[in-house]
Design a protein around this ligand. Structure first.
Ligand SMILES: C[S@@+](CC[C@H](N)C(=O)[O-])C[C@H]1O[C@@H](n2cnc3c(N)ncnc32)[C@H](O)[C@@H]1O
Length: 184
């Protein structure tokens, strides 16, 4: 399927909210990552570009090509990268956040990290509780001041945010009590 055939409506349907790049800077100030990162829902590359600026080798893919990353669409919930040995970092479509976390943990090697920028409310919910009991994140970084995710990447239209976000960081195989830290 040609990526450029997607209409604006389709793009919105695929939950495109660009993350304020500062969010990535805040996480990198706290966490160490593998030199190779897969940004598996890269959008226009707001997270990938910060990672690249910090010297990471970034594999950037998305279901919809938005002019950044691999032009070949990759459905993260159905496909994986062969022999991937790095960490995964993204802000996934929130509708499929749990599926993305599960798939990401299945796609990394033991000891590797999965970092997801998610609404703070991801902490609650019955099915997520069951998931968390078996797959506790190692650290949750709560953004105490509001960071912005702009629909369709239009930051000028969305100068402030009513949503509380956090970085959830898993280390594959970690069993224990998660730590909560406050950033920003
Ligand atoms: C909330 S946006 C975040 C974009 C980017 N990660 C960022 O932080 O700026 C979610 C992205 O997930 C992509 N997406 C939705 N479903 C997907 C799927 N099944 N596989 C890969 N990407 C998907 C959308 O096209 C969109 O670009």
């Amino acid at each position: 399927m040609g990526a450029s055939n997607h209409t604006d409506k389709e793009r919105q349907q695929h939950d495109y909210y660009a993350t304020e790049p500062k969010a990535m800077e805040l996480l990198l100030a706290e966490e160490q990552f593998s030199p190779v990162i897969w940004e598996c829902a890269c959008g226009e590359g707001h997270l990938s570009k910060v990672l690249e600026q910090h010297g990471f080798e970034v594999v950037s893919t998305d279901l919809i090509y938005r002019g950044f990353g691999d032009p070949e669409p990759l459905d993260f919930l159905k496909e994986s990268l062969e022999d991937f040995e790095g960490d995964i970092i993204t802000n996934p479509p929130y509708k499929y956040a749990l599926e993305f976390v599960e798939q990401a943990l299945n796609s990394v090697q033991p000891g590797r990290k999965v970092a997801m920028f998610l609404k703070l409310q991801f902490l609650e919910g019955k099915s997520r509780k069951q998931f968390f009991l078996h797959n506790p994140p190692k650290v949750v970084y709560v953004s105490s001041s509001r960071l912005i995710c702009a629909m369709n990447g239009e930051f000028s239209k969305y100068p402030s945010s009513a949503v509380a976000y956090a970085w959830f960081v898993w280390e594959k195989g970690f069993q224990g009590d998660p730590i909560i830290k406050w950033i920003n």
